[in-house]
Design a protein around this ligand. Sequence first.
Ligand code: KDO
Length: 335
Amino acid sequence: MKASLIRRGVLAAASALALAGALLPAAQAQTKTVLRISTPAVPDDWHAKMWTVFKDSLEKSAPGEFDVQINLNASLFKQGTEPAAMARGNLELSAISAFDIAKLVPEFSIFTAGYIIRDPQHQQKVFNGPIGAEMFKTVSEKMDVTPLATAYLGTRQVNLREPRNVRTPADLKNVKLRMPGSKEWLFLGEALGATATPLAFGEVYLGLKTGTIDGQDNPLPSVRAAKFYEVTKQIVLTSHLVDGIFIAISNKSYNAMNAAQKQKVQAAAQAAATYNNENRLKDEAQLVDFFKQQGLQVITPDVDAFRKSVQTAYQNSEYAKVWPKGLVERINATK
Ligand code: KDO
């Protein structure tokens, strides 16, 4: 009697163990930290591919700790809505623009101004130095998201459906130039001399094809990746904005991590940005030839005339009034 009771007990314990064993993989999966990423980037663009570098890097440094979910083409959140989603805790990561940030941190609009950052090296120096550290601290406090790394989106150029003899901003008069949908972006389009029209990135190809817009502005690698060259005939090398996007994480998610995890996530973000930056620079050096081969006309306007006009527009704008005193000079002095 006693023996059979013991045997029954042993059997029950064994089957409980077996059950736990069967459930273990699922239980382990649940303890992984989920990192949802949302971006409007198209799969073939470098700032889409960089997320795979981020994922692989974390898989190597912290095997099994994170479940990185990459959502491209704005399939999870609409372009520009990512910061709010991150602040609410509905999204963990995205690459956000200076324009997204300027909506909530007005002084950040300094980085939406045309011709302020000189070139990609200058961009990295500014954001990886004391100016970046100060500004990112404010971003984290005001937006509840922490910028982890600065990715070079490329230098923005004007891309038109029909060729025009563009020398100065006056030559863009009445051109319906698509810009992303926020007043900071529209200001940049108007400063270029065009009639700025808001449209989400995902709708630009069709807008160009059907003629609801006359043109758009984007860095050359994105013109290639999103195939805008199929539905446009000219690129005007205005080089009006050395554009950046900031790989950023929701503070809700970041603050829940231990120090080692934070460090690994930061390193993965930097690896992703570096991969993007290197490939994008290589691409920018080759793409003028590619577009010419595709039959596009590529012209260089009077860039000094554009610079003068755009800088004057910003200096006289409401935006400049909230730029921290001396910041333009500090940016200019960063070498
Ligand atoms: C665009 O809509 O033109 C833009 O280049 C703006 C950027 O801030 C960024 O959102 C980018 O689109 C998307 O990542 C798509 O490349």
